[in-house]
Design a protein around this ligand. Structure first.
Ligand code: PEP
Ligand code: MN
Length: 349
């Protein structure tokens, strides 16, 4: 339940009176014409709305139709990154780059490539969640500086993952969009720490999470203070290992068309193979995605993580031309190379 206050209401007094009725409230930013709005916390008593309206300073009481009031309040609104708007009704954006930031040179090369493909965000992990402790774990903090520098050199924004509460400050200082990986979608302490940093967040769907759990995780971020949440569908666990995961395009259409929220599609982690990235990326945009998150590598054969799904430079440029024609700079020759040999689906890292 939300309680809308009168324009000149004394919030402290209203809250004290509500508490006396057994209602615990928290302040809830809203778009009700600038009026202050209080959110009734779930552990409050059941109180007749008539008694609440009678409290001096209360203008209205509304029972939200869903369990995610903060997302509802943002329905249809894009998230702004300076002059770039991401979300419903906006031109789709391309976020691309390698799985891992492997060296300063590699991420600079990748940034040049992403800019050439008409990309808007440079991706790359400094902290990598790897299934095996013996796989490359990322270079950590030093790589954050490299990705920021590379993105700035090419007019790109940065999206990069944070894995632990202790790294939130460092990641939020360089990232325009702070990524929460699928393995951490329900790590509520991390969600709280990242939300408190006040930046926009890219929230990847957990591989076994329902849409509602995913939206509630976004609600955690917003409740903690995140400037906005871009949801990311990256495939869920399916019955068939023929592709790495099962890209849930129904969820993308639902989140975009029913909830009016910004959702991007990651066909790279969804499929685990580069030859399926373009077709599923196109399908994601057709379903209503606000953009694509794509893994690409200047030299995929040498990639230290997720090589089989990384697009080659030519493939990324071709994807840019196909899916983001407005952003992609014209090239003298539009000849396309056939996709490189299909790589086998890879087990989750
Ligand atoms: C990533 O995008 O680098 C990543 C690890 O993805 P996910 O969390 O979707 O597995
Ligand atoms: Mn990856």
């Amino acid at each position: 339940m939300i309680i809308i206050l009168e324009p000149k209401a004394d919030r402290g007094r209203v809250e004290a009176e509500l508490k006396a009725l057994g209602l615990w409230t928290s302040r809830f930013e809203s778009h009700h014409g600038g009026a202050e709005v209080l959110l009734v916390e779930p552990h409050s008593m059941a109180v007749d709305p008539g008694r609440i309206i009678a409290v001096e300073g209360v203008a209205d009481v509304q029972v939200p139709t869903s369990s995610h009031p903060r997302l509802d309040a943002r329905k249809g609104e894009p998230i702004l990154f300076g002059d770039l708007a991401v979300g419903p009704g906006e031109a789709p954006v391309l976020m691309a780059g390698p799985c891992s930031i492997e060296s300063r040179e590699q991420i600079h090369e990748a940034a040049a490539l992403v800019a050439r493909a008409g990309g808007h965000f440079l991706r790359g992990g400094a902290f990598k969640p790897r299934t095996s402790p013996y796989s490359f774990q990322g270079h950590g903090r030093v790589a954050l500086g490299w990705i920021r520098e590379a993105a700035d050199a090419h007019g790109l924004r940065v999206v990069t993952e944070v894995m632990s509460e202790t790294e939130v400050e460092a990641v939020a200082a360089v990232a325009d969009l702070v990524q929460i990986g699928s393995r951490n979608m329900q790590n509520y302490a991390l969600l709280h720490a990242v939300g408190s940093a006040g930046k926009p967040v890219l929230l990847k769907r957990g591989m076994a999470a329902s849409v509602d759990e995913w939206l509630l995780a976004a609600e955690h971020l917003l409740a903690a203070g995140a400037a906005g949440v871009v949801l990311c569908e990256r495939g869920i666990q399916g019955a068939d290992p023929a592709t790495r995961n099962l890209l849930d395009l129904g969820a993308v259409a639902l989140v975009r068309h029913q909830y009016g929220l910004p959702v991007v599609v990651d066909p790279s982690h969804a499929t685990g193979r580069r030859d399926l990235v373009l077709p599923l990326g196109r399908a994601g945009l057709a379903a209503g995605a606000a953009g694509l998150l794509i893994e690409a590598h200047p030299n995929a054969a040498e990639a230290r993580s997720d090589g089989p799904q990384a697009l080659s430079p030519a493939e990324l440029v071709a994807l840019g031309e196909t899916c983001f024609p407005a952003a992609s700079p014209p090239r003298p020759s539009r000849a396309r190379r056939p996709p490189e040999g299909a790589a086998p689906a890879q087990e989750a890292r």
